[in-house]
Every structure is written in structure tokens, then in C-alpha cells.
Design a protein around this ligand. Structure first.
Ligand SMILES: *[C@@H]1O[C@H](CO)[C@@H](O)[C@H](O)[C@H]1NC(C)=O
Ligand SMILES: *[C@@H]1O[C@H](CO)[C@@H](O)[C@H](O)[C@H]1NC(C)=O
Ligand SMILES: *[C@@H]1O[C@H](CO)[C@@H](O)[C@H](O)[C@H]1NC(C)=O
Length: 399
């Protein structure tokens, strides 16, 4: 009887192992429910911000990340519109989730970040609930695949961050944004004050607005000068907002990372109506009014980082739907004040975002570790949690 039970368990273990594969099933909707209201640091909206903080922390812990809260003070306008001249110093909280492995190798450390507060005016899910939801999904899939499938070994440290209080997105808040505090107070020390071991940051900022209407993408002369190839494709396609932008700054060490991301994006995209545009902001060129829109997201603080009065640009890739350069869809009819997540979640938007999440997860996985060889003969040769559990059980049965 015992022998039979043991044999059955072994077969079960074998079957489980053979069926185990890396997981790329994205579920953004469950996160987005938590990001449908404003998260601005004034009386009216602060509760939403605190609830988002709690949710992000709880998710990070649930995924098995090492969680830190990085606090800072900054000055904000209490009125999002900035009409009343009232300012206040508030405490912001950047939430950090560490997936630690080796950090002290050139280019080892990668980071994925997104702003979780809102400016009290724009649609809270588009800017930037979707970016936070995507960051959380990438963290979940990365941790699941590295820690629980037994199919993957993580070599290098990967940092997930939710930034608070991006004052650059506010109308008039004068304080220093959360991401900048994070880089100077936390990241730079974590990197032992050197950029050698930093591979780069992916910043997810406004990634939900795919718009297939003609004329929905705004481009102007400075856009044409800065990104001539993208400009031409946008014009030829009837000025549709049908692409995700991956934006870097010239002269930073991000070419390799960007081409890895592009490869991952295309691997997954199959036949779709949207595409990826890799764009480089030229440091020397003057920023036009429209291009300024692309320097509000937190990536700017990596690009312009200065250590000991020396410019030390850190590589960062901004993933964005270009935010203010793309027409927003009209709100669904049933929405008056806050709009539940599912009302905004059309299949077009889900597909567009899911592809971004999968591309980023694949990039991290190929860059930060290795997939272990999968062997069908495998029960004995595969180190796996399931196997260990089975052995424990079998030993129990025989005792
Ligand atoms: C922010 O300011 C408040 C009030 O001055 C102070 O109590 C708090 O410690 C400050 N927080 C940080 C992180 O500096
Ligand atoms: C920083 O130094 C510590 C102590 O030597 C080391 O353990 C860690 O890996 C280093 N971090 C990086 C990013 O190089
Ligand atoms: C920058 O300044 C800090 C202290 O002010 C010092 O410890 C560090 O070595 C300096 N870094 C460089 C790269 O000069």
C-alpha cells in the first residue's frame, strides 16, 4: 500500500515537473481596480494615495520581494489647479521591492519604476495607474518564474519601485519629485556611488492610451527634428496614436538594453495593429514645447543625474504612449466622477498593455538570469520545490 502511494506520488511529481513552464499570463485588471481614483496629496484625494501605498506594499510582500519604504519631504500646491496660492510640505513614500541576487558585477542591477500618485486632474488610471499595474505584474511574473517554477535561476539584482509625488506632473508644485529623492538618497548609495554596476531603469509612464483614430497623435516641427523616422511613420499612418514609445537619451549606455527590449517586444507582438517606436532624445537639441511632455516622467532624473557636481547620466528607458501628445478617449458614458477600471478596459487597451508587460518580463528574464535546461527524463535531474516536497512526503510514508 505504502509502496503504491509512493509510486503514485512520484508519477505526480514527474507530471507536475514536465508540465511546468514559464508563466507569461498577464492580469492587469485586478490591479487597475485599485488605481481608479485620484491620488493627490491634498485633503480631498489623499486617502486614495494612502490606499494605493498600502496595496503596492502588500503586493510586493506577497510576491516575496524585500520591501523598503523610502520617505522624503517635498512641497506641493494644495490646489491641483494652482489657482489658490497654498503650498504645503508633505511627506512622500517611495515603495521599493528588491529581488536580490548578485549586484557587484558591471551592469548587473536593473530597475523597473512607475509613479503612483496623480496630479489631481488627469484620468488616474491612464496617468499613471496603468504604469503601476504593469510594474506590479512584471514583478509578480518575474518573481513567480524565478522563485517558484524551478525552471529559472536569477543571477542579478532587480529593483522594483513605485515613486510617490511626481511634482513635475503637477500644475505648479515647486518641490523636488519623489524619483529624484530616490536616486540621490537611496539608489546611488545602493550602487556604492558608482554607475558601473547599474544596467538601467525602465520607467513605465502612461502606457494605456492606444488610439487608432486618425489625427489622434500630435506631432510638430520639433518632434520632426528630434525623431525624423518616427515622425514620417506617424504622418504616413494618418497621425494615429497606435504605438508605444521606448525613449532614451543619446550618450547614455542604454543601446543594448533597448535592443533587448525591442527583441522581446517583437517576439510577442504577433499580428497586431500597434507597434513599438524606439526614439532617442538628443541632448544637444533644444527641447520643443511638445517634447517637454516627454521629460515630465521620472526617467528624466536618471538621465540628468549629477554626482559631486559631475554629470553622471544613468541609463533609463521611458516606456510611454506619449501622454499629452496623444488624444485621450472620451470617458465611458456611465462614468460621472470616478470610472471603474472595467469601463476603460477595452480589448484594444488590454492587448496593448499586456504586450508591454510580457516584453518587459522577457527582457528582465533574459538579462537577469538563465533558464535552466528542461529535461523530460527529468524527475531525478530537476531541482524543484515540488520534487523536494514529494521526497519529504515519501520519507514520511515510509516512517
Ligand atoms: C518631513 O517633515 C516632518 C515635519 O517637519 C518631519 O517630522 C519628518 O521627519 C520629515 N520627514 C523626512 C523623511 O525628512
Ligand atoms: C556595494 O558594496 C557591498 C559591500 O562591499 C557589496 O556587497 C555590494 O554588492 C555592492 N553593490 C554594488 C551595486 O556594487
Ligand atoms: C563624492 O563625494 C562623496 C562624499 O562627499 C565621496 O565619498 C565620494 O567618494 C565622491 N565620489 C566621487 C566619484 O568623487
Amino acid at each position: 500500500m505504502k509502496l503504491l502511494a509512493a509510486a503514485a506520488l512520484l508519477v505526480l511529481a514527474g507530471a507536475t515537473i514536465v508540465r511546468a513552464t514559464l508563466d507569461f499570463d498577464v492580469d492587469l485588471a485586478s490591479h487597475l481596480e485599485h488605481f481608479s481614483t485620484q491620488r493627490y496629496p491634498n485633503e480631498k484625494y489623499n486617502d486614495g494615495r494612502l490606499q494605493a501605498q498600502t496595496y503596492i506594499k502588500e503586493r510586493f510582500i506577497n510576491y516575496g520581494l524585500k520591501v523598503f519604504e523610502h520617505k522624503f519631504n517635498t512641497t506641493v500646491a494644495l490646489d491641483p489647479l494652482g489657482i489658490e496660492n497654498k503650498y504645503e510640505t508633505v511627506e512622500g513614500v517611495n515603495i521599493i521591492g528588491l529581488a536580490e541576487a548578485v549586484s557587484n558585477k558591471p551592469g548587473a542591477v536593473l530597475l523597473v519604476g512607475a509613479d503612483y500618485d496623480t496630479n489631481g486632474l488627469d484620468e488616474p488610471m491612464f496617468t499613471n495607474g496603468a504604469g503601476v499595474a504593469a510594474m506590479l505584474e512584471v514583478a509578480r511574473l518575474f518573481m513567480h518564474n524565478t522563485r517558484w517554477t524551478g525552471l529559472y535561476w536569477q543571477n542579478f539584482t532587480t529593483i522594483f519601485v513605485a515613486f510617490d509625488l511626481n511634482t513635475r506632473e503637477h500644475q505648479v508644485s515647486p518641490g523636488v519629485p519623489g524619483a529624484r529623492h530616490f536616486i540621490t538618497d537611496y539608489l546611488w548609495s545602493y550602487l556604492n556611488k558608482s554607475d558601473t554596476n547599474f544596467g538601467g531603469a525602465f520607467i513605465l509612464d502612461s502606457i494605456m492610451n492606444v488610439n487608432y483614430n486618425e489625427g489622434s497623435q500630435t506631432v510638430d516641427d520639433s518632434f520632426q527634428k528630434m525623431f525624423p523616422d518616427t515622425y514620417q511613420r506617424v504622418i504616413n499612418g494618418g497621425k494615429k496614436g497606435d504605438f508605444l514609445s521606448a525613449i532614451t537619451l543619446t550618450g547614455t549606455k542604454s543601446d543594448m538594453l533597448q535592443s533587448q527590449f525591442t527583441g522581446s517586444y517583437h517576439k510577442d507582438r504577433r499580428l497586431s495593429m500597434y507597434r513599438l517606436e524606439s526614439m532617442k532624445i538628443n541632448k544637444e537639441a533644444p527641447l520643443g514645447r511638445l517634447i517637454k511632455e516627454l521629460t515630465k516622467p521620472s526617467s528624466i532624473h536618471f538621465w540628468t543625474f549629477t554626482a559631486n557636481n559631475t554629470e553622471t547620466s544613468l541609463p533609463a528607458i521611458l516606456l510611454t504612449d506619449t501622454q499629452g501628445l496623444r488624444q485621450m478617449p472620451p470617458p465611458p458614458e456611465i462614468c460621472f466622477k470616478a470610472c471603474p477600471a472595467k469601463e476603460w478596459l477595452t480589448q484594444d487597451r488590454i492587448d496593448f498593455m499586456d504586450t508591454t508587460v510580457r516584453a518587459l518580463t522577457r527582457t528582465l528574464m533574459s538579462r537577469q538570469g538563465i533558464q535552466l535546461p528542461q529535461s523530460d527524463a527529468g524527475v531525478t535531474s530537476l531541482p524543484s520545490l515540488v520534487m523536494t516536497l514529494m521526497i519529504v512526503l515519501i520519507v514520511r510514508i515510509y516512517q
